[in-house]
Design a protein around this ligand. Structure first.
Ligand SMILES: *Cc1c(COP(=O)(O)O)cnc(C)c1O
Length: 401
């Protein structure tokens, strides 16, 4: 503990508000999938800053784009047109179900926009009673008051009462429960195509189809939270592309700016028709720097063959992980997820596994349901796969012993 004296008062809280239990590592630089600490230790990064640095660290195209923009103009506000924002929006629209995009800075804000839009869609049509949103248990949508209510997890809500009203939680994957939760007050349904923080739990394609049909039958808006699953993470630009289902609204963030804070809420024209001037806003959202990073990410991801390569590399990683899981039945239960959004379901405590992997030089992220998340940059190669596999194999061996 660090003690500091501040005006005659003994202060014991760290200057950085202690809302995280941080691992004692300080990184100085990164290149590709490798991070180096200030004291020169190298780590293989399969956490990617919680599924954010989708193109690795210091990607030359991203660095060049951000540097070039930094020398022109950083921020102008949404009082003016922003060329990079228009370009990024047009590209996201061209490559998705959506007709329009709102830019913000984080996943929680993207979800906040989605939730507000779903209320306004009904209320602007005179249905003032429609505001409730059906959400899935185990879901995660951010840490604002509304999104912790949407996520409904006790550990996130504790001490922050009263809970924002308007969320009805049902079991993830259960269509009957979702249908039974619909009332005259329901405005929308929210689901992650693969629950991320909840422990890398994929939604079955029939469940996604069922939710779409249900939304259409009851006149509800279907919202996909693709903050973690989006931007190529599963081997397609958006995870819902693996099913035949499209949402009315979708939240993006994490990989969108490749490490520069950027979020987006995409919607069909129908869902967004009442989002007129003055209804929503963000001072920073979609500023020139964020859009330079976002457009650079899109330049790389929209290059022909990019997703085929991601799918091929994930297939290699998956086959090696499946072999490891089979080799260490006392340590691992299964491997699940899609593409490079991978959960190792453990039989040993996941936090212990994550710490031991760090000690051997591999960074991963713990998730719900006793899972270790592997969410490496999409530019992963054979060398990094080999290195990660040998570390996981070694640690699993130690833990089995
Ligand atoms: C990370 C995450 C969020 C929250 O994003 P922030 O940028 O931390 O606000 C929301 N939804 C999902 C699915 C996420 O994985």
């Amino acid at each position: 503990m660090v003690f500091r004296h501040k005006e005659a008062k003994l202060v014991t809280i760290s200057a950085v508000m202690p809302t995280y239990a941080r691992t004692d590592l300080v990184f100085e630089r990164g290149e590709g999938l490798w991070l180096t600490t200030v004291d020169g230790r190298r780590f293989l990064d399969f956490g990617a800053g919680v599924a954010v640095t989708a193109l690795g660290h210091s990607h030359p195209h991203l660095v060049a784009a951000l540097k070039a923009q930094a020398e022109k103009v950083w921020h102008t506000s949404n009082l003016y047109r922003i060329a990079g924002q228009e370009k990024a929006a047009e590209r996201l629209v061209a490559h998705s179900f959506a007709d329009t995009v709102f830019f913000c800075n984080s996943g929680a804000e993207a979800m906040e926009c989605a939730l507000k839009m779903s209320r306004r869609f009904h209320q602007a049509q005179g249905f003032k009673e429609k505001f409730r949103v059906i959400t899935a248990r185990g879901g995660f949508h951010g840490r604002t008051l509304a999104t912790i209510a949407a996520g409904g997890q006790e550990k996130h809500l504790d001490g922050f009462a009263p809970m924002v009203d308007g969320f009805d939680q049902v079991a993830f994957g259960n269509l009957n429960e979702a249908r039974a939760a619909v009332t005259a007050n329901t405005a929308a349904i929210v689901v992650e195509p693969i629950q991320g923080e909840g422990g890398i739990i994929p939604a079955a394609p029939e469940y996604m189809k069922g939710l779409r049909a249900m939304a259409d039958e009851f006149g509800l808006l279907l919202i996909f939270d693709e903050v973690q699953t989006g931007m190529g993470r599963t081997g397609k630009l958006f995870a819902h592309e693996w099913s035949s289902v499209t949402p009315d609204i979708m939240a993006l963030a994490k990989g969108l700016g490749g490490g520069f804070p950027a979020g987006a809420c995409l919607a069909t024209e129908r869902a967004a028709q009442y989002m007129t001037p003055g209804t929503h806003g963000s001072t920073f959202g979609g500023n020139p720097l964020a859009m330079a990073a976002t457009n650079a990410v899109l330049d790389v991801m929209l290059t022909a063959g990019f997703f085929e390569t991601v799918q091929a590399v994930s297939a290699k990683l998956w086959s090696k992980l499946e072999a490891i899981v089979a080799r260490h039945p006392k340590v691992f239960e299964s491997v699940r997820g899609k593409g490079l959004m991978i959960g190792l379901k453990c039989k040993v405590p996941n936090n212990e596994m994550v710490s031991k992997l760090v000690a051997e030089g591999l960074l991963t992220v713990p998730g719900g349901d006793n899972v270790v998340r592997l969410v490496p940059a999409l530019i992963l190669g054979d060398a990094e796969i080999g290195e990660a596999i040998s570390i996981i194999d070694r640690v699993a061996g130690q833990m089995a012993a």
